[in-house]
Write a protein that binds this ligand. Sequence first.
Ligand code: ATP
Length: 445
Amino acid sequence: MTSDSATGIDAPQSGDLMERIVGLCKRRGFIFPSAEIYGGFRSTYDYGPLGVNMLRNVKNTWWRSMVQLRDDVVGLDAAILSPPAVWEASGHLANFTDPLVDCRHCHSRWRADKIEGVCPNCGSADFTEARPFNLMFKTHAGPIEDEGAVAYLRPETAQGMFVNFANVLQTTRKKPPFGIAQVGKSFRNEITPQNFVFRTREFEQMEMEYFVPPEEGMEWYRHWVDQRYRWYRELGIPEDKLRVRPHDADELSHYSTATSDVEFLFPWGWDELEGVAYRTDFDLKAHMTASGERLEYFDQATGERYVPHVVEPAAGATRTMMAFLLAGYEEDEVGGEARMVLRLHWRLAPYQVAVLPLSKKETLEPLAREVLALLQPHFMCDYDTTQSIGRRYRRQDEVGTPWCVTVDFDSLEDRAVTIRDRDSTEQVRVPVERVVGELRDRMPV
Ligand code: ATP
């Protein structure tokens, strides 16, 4: 783990935080290295019982804000496998490359723009000339492995939206400004996957293409930069760990008039969570030329026909989940005892509620299961009967469960249970009949 003096985070501490998060993810079932029993497969990860819940929550929360709560955005789930024509037209076959260099001393390979001239493996500064390395995974569709059968795993979800632009326009009768959103897997043959799930070869993206009348492009670009920054803030990323960084002119793609990255302060420094790009009419025009199809909007009211401009907020789901884990991690003291706590927003936590019978005694089980059955239709719940109640609270704190509901011996008499809050550790007693409502109040829609 390298340190970045500009961030003010020193190496041991930053290394510690990453190690703790990686350790927690493995130990508690958030993220496992793939194919571990065969020695692992560097650069891919498997999401365990808690991780799959959290990753789904990240994606659902994005979908809720981008699709469900808007009447100008619709969803799409396009194929991952696609023919070369798509990537020829989009420019990915020619340009989706990173500069690859070989270290002449230890023969390791690196992405030239990420190593600042020194080999991270051996310290040598003697490299081959950088050459473009295409990041797309190539495969063959069907039983014959010839050129005519070549297919690619998508390196981004965005092209699915451009290729289906006319389909969506016709079927939904939307009118610019409107957007098409998609969440799904993407694949990039990254030269140096690194920093846990920050950069992997298989990952998930959350992307939206927002089609607008050309003269409204900059206005919508500003709208989306603002919206996307707020989304992370509302889900608990603190202000001092989140920033918007507009690209310098020399960083912009040739077709982009403006791009800003939403960046998070990772243990190694500021790095990208999401890019918001004003892509003009580049993509639709490219597909129009290559396919011969008209990818335009015809406004019947004015008789005007135009190719919409596009603003694209493109985020990574897996990378963002990691940022939420890093931002939420804290160590504090409760009753003189050290504890680890993940202060995750309730929308993101793997479990919103844990039902904990005070003791394993069978007398408590029927009521505890009755409470669990009441809560399960509303919330993702854990049910844990092992160890002491104090230990179980700690275990729930460590994985970010915001509320525990404890059933004790008094509950059998008064049909009341205790709700315990992760952050304040406060406990309140509520009747079983009101427990769903009490928890709902803590998780307003
Ligand atoms: P980078 O410069 O880090 O390689 P990028 O600028 O090429 O990334 P985009 O093409 O803008 O990334 O992709 C949008 C988002 O998808 C990124 O902000 C990131 O959150 C996510 N993403 C891209 N590549 C990866 C990867 N290899 N692993 C995990 N997430 C990724």
